[in-house]
Design a binder for this molecule. Structure first.
Ligand SMILES: Nc1nc2c(c(=O)[nH]1)N[C@H]1C(S)=C(S)[C@@H](COP(=O)(O)OP(=O)(O)OC[C@H]3O[C@@H](n4cnc5c(=O)[nH]c(N)nc54)[C@H](O)[C@@H]3O)O[C@H]1N2
Ligand SMILES: Nc1nc2c(c(=O)[nH]1)N[C@H]1C(S)=C(S)[C@@H](COP(=O)(O)OP(=O)(O)OC[C@H]3O[C@@H](n4cnc5c(=O)[nH]c(N)nc54)[C@H](O)[C@@H]3O)O[C@H]1N2
Ligand SMILES: [Mo]
Length: 649
């Protein structure tokens, strides 16, 4: 007889939508995941990659025993958890005693957005503190930009876009990375709002847009300045702008440093299109939904600052239907005071992971502990990252699967998936909070991150107050929420609206900057004023079927696909296997022609596996953006040439 139950939980995968989920469990196995119809944003549907997650959950490839490599280069052998944890504790103790906490590098990325993961970070604070990462390869430049401009980075309510007359999507493919915006955009449009998409990459979001502008990669700042100039010349600037913006006249001078036609040419859009965009900003209310892709470029922060300034001077901040939305504060409702007073002795910028570890000295990095991350596949310069991890005295990787990164470890610890976790989440795409519940038991031989840290804390003598159940930590995390009457019981039904979030951000036009006013940008790098119009840029972006590198193994066979405009691959045919070369190395890829793409962009899927020869990041050099220590993922120049025989297969 079948024993079937359903249970509510939430999705902590790295995604702005942070869905409420309903899991169907049959005889102790999760067989289906569906969207919670009662979650205001999820509205009963979820993405393909997470509806397929039960395959990953129940996969025979899940690790269920610690794997240890006693000497460098040897094969992994299984060991018991006691042996594994003794080993980790012993190494940690030795390195801290001999070389200080700075000799241990702790890293995690987007494996889980769970709030409990910060309790794991706190383990390393108690242990050392140790060397940590700084910046953020995902959104660092945009966050830094908005901190500079507004003093905070947050957004108005998710549904406030229904108050907008025009909704600008600056580089956002909602069909891949924010699917719960699709019904809202369609609804807004049916109610008379206009949708404008600005994106060098042609994608499905154009199908729900009234105007699609296929601008030059890195052309966004030029578009923003061209619009600003038009606004200054056509009474489109808010007459009160002077009262809430610093540097208005310097910003005006910057906008006037080129003509309308010159800004249009710089962005590779027609002057008429640019004027249409400007008129939309002038009419208002205009909401600017800013994607994450455009700040993963060399001048990513300045690009976001140009859009921020445009939103400000056009009078679109602090009003319903306005805004320059890049991020939603997702952690602030939770209490992290347990972490107060700890300062890391050293930080390595996340995009410089490979060279940063290799070059660190005084003390060198002797041990790396990686969890919730697959940096070999996901961070720039895959081979340098792999090399950095392989050459430490002791590298520990904690993951449910044997990833590219786990393959470089001395010790791999198998851990739980989100369906076995007890946690909370916030979201970076809306203001709802949610509880993550263990809907099934974890397989025998698997420990949660928290359980691993608890057991290590005992061995290391740093267990006091730390070594308690997840439920005790969760209660501590709610300390701040409880002051406004939101306790554990509020989460029983599903999503909880963040009580600290504002419906309309910057209402009253007061900002978080020192002056309380918007800090308008006053200069732009030449590369943004006159973006290069030659070359082919490797652009490896999110795809529908996978969360970053979390692909099913069978998809990683043979050369990766590279989508290209036929004219950019003269002499080659659709389907040819070719060599793709950058400053960092080369990769064989199979060409797929798409005449809708710009000839200066070559598209790949992000997250291809390095050991399978499919990682775009093997071609990307480690570099920091102009601010915020984000990775320069989409500015790598590549060339296409004939595949030599050795390279194929
Ligand atoms: N070329 C290129 N590279 C990119 C990007 C790009 O656009 N182009 N995008 C970048 C962006 S935006 C991001 S955020 C990063 C993402 O980079 P990562 O966060 O490193 O991405 P994932 O491949 O999802 O790796 C997360 C790993 O965590 C594991 N995991 C899941 N849950 C848990 C857990 O609870 N505990 C532990 N210990 N492990 C867990 C998963 O199995 C997976 O192996 O990649 C960046 N890399
Ligand atoms: N299915 C799926 N969903 C995901 C992920 C995934 O791997 N798979 N990843 C998750 C992660 S880690 C994140 S951070 C989020 C966001 O994930 P992202 O993939 O960062 O989301 P977007 O910002 O929508 O996508 C980047 C967009 O930027 C555009 N772009 C690139 N360069 C430029 C430019 O110069 N100008 C402009 N205007 N546009 C440009 C690209 O065409 C693309 O549409 O989504 C999450 N959602
Ligand atoms: Mo991300």
């Amino acid at each position: 007889m079948h024993n079937t139950i359903t249970q509510k939980t939430a999705c902590p995968r790295d995604c702005p939508d942070a869905c409420g989920l309903i899991a169907t469990i049959e005889n102790g196995r999760v067989v289906r995941l569906q969207g919670d119809p009662e979650h205001p944003v999820t509205q009963g549907f979820i993405c393909q990659r997470t509806s397929r997650f039960p395959d990953r959950q129940n996969s025979t490839e899940r690790l269920t025993q610690p794997l240890y490599r006693p000497t460098k280069g040897a094969d992994f052998q299984t060991i018991t958890w006691d042996e594994a944890l003794d080993l980790v504790a012993d190494r940690m103790q030795t390195f801290v005693a001999e070389s200080g906490g700075a000799s241990i590098f702790h890293h995690r990325c987007g494996g889980s957005m769970g709030i409990m993961k910060h309790v794991g970070d706190h383990f390393f604070e108690r242990l050392g503190p140790v060397t940590v990462k700084s910046g953020d390869v995902c959104s660092g430049a945009g966050e830094a930009a908005q901190l500079t401009d507004f003093g905070i980075f947050d957004s108005s309510d998710f549904f406030d876009l229904h108050n907008a007359k025009t909704i600008f999507l600056w580089g956002k493919n909602v069909f891949v990375s924010s699917i719960h915006l699709i019904p809202e955009l369609k609804k807004a449009r049916a109610n008379g709002a206009r949708i404008v998409l600005i994106d060098p990459v042609a994608h499905q979001t154009a199908s729900i847009s009234d105007l699609y502008v296929q601008s030059r990669p890195g052309g966004d700042a030029a578009i923003a300045m061209g619009i600003a100039r038009w606004l200054f010349e056509n009474d489109g600037v808010d007459p009160d702008a002077e009262s809430y913006c610093d540097h208005l006249s310097a910003f005006r001078d910057l906008a006037f440093s080129k003509s309308h036609a010159q800004w249009a040419a710089a962005a590779d859009v027609s002057p008429e299109q640019l004027q249409q965009l400007a008129q939309a900003y002038a009419e208002g209310p205009t909401t600017s939904l800013i994607g994450w892709g455009l700040q993963r470029r060399r001048h990513g922060a300045a690009t976001i600052r140009a859009i921020d300034a445009l939103a400000a001077v056009s009078g679109n901040l602090g009003i319903p239907g306005g805004g320059a939305s890049f991020y939603y504060v997702r952690r602030d409702a939770y209490d992290f005071s347990f972490s107060d007073g700890f300062t890391a002795p050293r930080a390595i910028p996340e995009p410089l992971f490979g060279p940063g570890i290799l070059e660190a000295s005084d003390p060198p990095i002797r041990m790396a502990y990686i969890w919730g991350a697959n940096p070999v596949a996901m961070l720039p310069d895959s081979e340098a990252v792999a090399q950095a991890l392989r050459t430490r005295e002791f590298t520990v990787v904690v993951d449910p699967f044997l990833t590219d990164t786990a393959r470089c470890a001395d010790l791999v610890l198998p851990t739980t998936t989100f369906l076995e976790e007890d946690d909370f989440i916030g979201s970076y795409g809306h203001h709802y909070l949610h509880e993550v519940r263990p809907v099934v038991d974890s397989p025998t031989g698997v420990l949660s991150d928290h359980e691993i840290f608890r057991q290590l804390s005992r061995r290391l003598g740093i267990d006091e107050g730390f070594d308690v159940e997840a439920s005790v930590w969760k209660d501590r995390l709610l300390t701040k929420l409880k002051t406004v009457g939101v306790d554990q019981s509020a989460f029983a039904k599903g999503a909880v609206a963040n009580p600290f979030a504002r419906k309309v951000l910057f209402e009253g036009r007061t900002f978080g900057t020192e002056s309380g006013r918007v800090n308008l940008l006053t200069e732009l790098a030449e590369e943004l004023k006159t973006p290069a119009c030659t070359g082919l840029r490797l652009t490896a972006v999110s795809t529908r079927l996978s969360q970053a590198s979390q692909w099913p193994t069978e998809t990683q066979n043979g050369p990766a696909t590279a989508v290209i405009h036929p004219e950019a691959a003269a002499g080659f045919a659709d389907g040819d296997v070719v060599r793709l070369t950058s400053s960092r190395g080369s990769l064989s890829v199979r060409l797929k022609f798409d005449a809708n793409q710009r000839p200066d962009i070559l598209l790949m899927e992000k997250g291809g596996w390095h050991f399978a020869g499919r990682s775009a990041n093997a071609l990307i050099h480690a570099e920091l953006t102009d601010d915020g220590e984000c990775a320069v993922y989409y500015d790598e120049m590549v060339t296409v040439s004939s595949a030599d025989v050795d390279a194929v297969g």
